[in-house]
Design a protein around this ligand. Structure first.
Ligand code: ZN
Length: 340
């Protein structure tokens, strides 16, 4: 009852990369970097275990950024040709690598990471990969000049990758699609189709994380501009409910998403965000239980997983550790009080 997981990322240790950054610089390179990343994964797995997390991730220690980490190893993308553009429909500026030709996977991107994670634990393991629409929205495209065509090219790549990861023992793949609640028309016309293509027959459980972004300044300002009720999911969730994905991850802690919208996911499991990542204030177990109680009005308990609202990459380490503990403790209390 109420298994726990995190959206994906955890803060990188200070000795691995710059802290409190979305695009941090690594402290090492080559073989030293690879070793430091593996050490960091072992630390993050231990941290999740002792916090009572059931479905473990690698904390995304092997990637600088949740989108570019996957794209760095693909053919057809030039990371030396960075173009500064506004992304997520103009919400904030980022330096975007350029698509210069057909995108292809030279070799598996995350296979070694999944093997490593698999060797570290008998618990279920999850890996996050950016979704096709979010990949397209975090690149400058000079080759395809067609967002849908590029998204489907990425969907093929993701599908081939996830099949190999599932065969290596991955239990859950989560596609991160924060772009879904930005481009609502595109979600309906091609976003869901691209998602289905990416997840078709992959051989493991699948999840999608849609969100209003981490607690960075641009996102906090955007959220303020959205008013008291965030209605994007009224269109996104029915589309996701008709998709092939098994689980949908939604931020419910301190967000303005009306809880009743979760009722639109009649056929899905829901990873309920019970820990807010946009504030350093740590949730009490009572607050976690209250969020779960609210959700249970619309989602049956057997379809509820407890999670963080979003990734914790840009947070302080100490706060993140306390929030992980709050997630584990809150889940324990929720099982005791609401479990039957
Ligand atoms: Zn998120």
């Amino acid at each position: 009852m109420f298994p726990t997981t995190i959206a994906g990322s955890l803060p990188k240790p200070f000795w691995l990369a710059e802290t409190n950054r979305l695009w941090p610089r690594w402290r090492w390179d080559g073989a030293d970097l690879a070793q430091a990343q593996r050490d960091a994964v072992e630390l993050m797995v231990a941290l999740q275990k002792r916090s009572g997390i059931d479905v473990l991730t690698d904390g995304e220690m092997g990637r600088r950024h949740f989108v570019h980490g996957f794209l760095e190893s693909l053919e057809g993308i030039d990371f030396s040709k960075l173009v500064r553009e506004r992304i997520r429909d103009g919400r904030y500026e980022a330096d975007l690598p350029t698509v210069v030709g057909p995108v292809r996977r030279r070799s598996p991107v995350h296979l070694e990471e999944v093997r490593h994670l698999r060797a570290l634990t008998g618990r279920a393991i999850k890996l996050t990969i950016p979704g096709p629409m979010t990949m397209v929205d975090t690149l400058h495209d000079e080759a395809y000049r067609d967002r849908k065509a590029l998204a489907f090219a990425f969907a093929e790549i993701i599908n081939a990758e996830v099949r190999e990861l599932a065969a290596a023992g991955l239990d859950v793949v989560q596609l991160d699609e924060p772009a879904f609640n930005v481009y609502l028309d595109d979600v309906e016309t091609w976003g869901i189709a691209a998602l289905n293509r990416a997840l078709d027959g992959v051989g493991c459980r699948s999840a999608v994380h849609v969100c209003y972004g981490y607690g960075i300044e641009a996102n906090i300002a955007w959220k303020k501009s959205l008013g008291a009720v965030w209605e994007h999911y009224r269109r996104v969730l029915p589309a996701l409910d008709a998709s092939c994905v098994d689980e949908v991850s939604i931020e419910c802690a301190g967000s303005c998403v009306p809880t009743e919208l979760l009722g639109l996911l009649a056929h899905k499991h829901v990873a309920v965000g019970v820990i807010d990542v946009a504030t350093d204030r740590v949730e009490s177990p009572e607050e976690v239980v209250a969020t779960v109680e609210r959700v249970l009005e619309y989602v049956p308990r057997e379809r509820v997983t407890l999670s963080t609202n979003c990734g914790m990459a840009p947070m302080g380490r100490e706060v993140a550790e306390r929030k992980l503990a709050a997630l584990g403790e809150g889940a324990l209390q929720a099982r005791l009080r609401l479990g039957s």
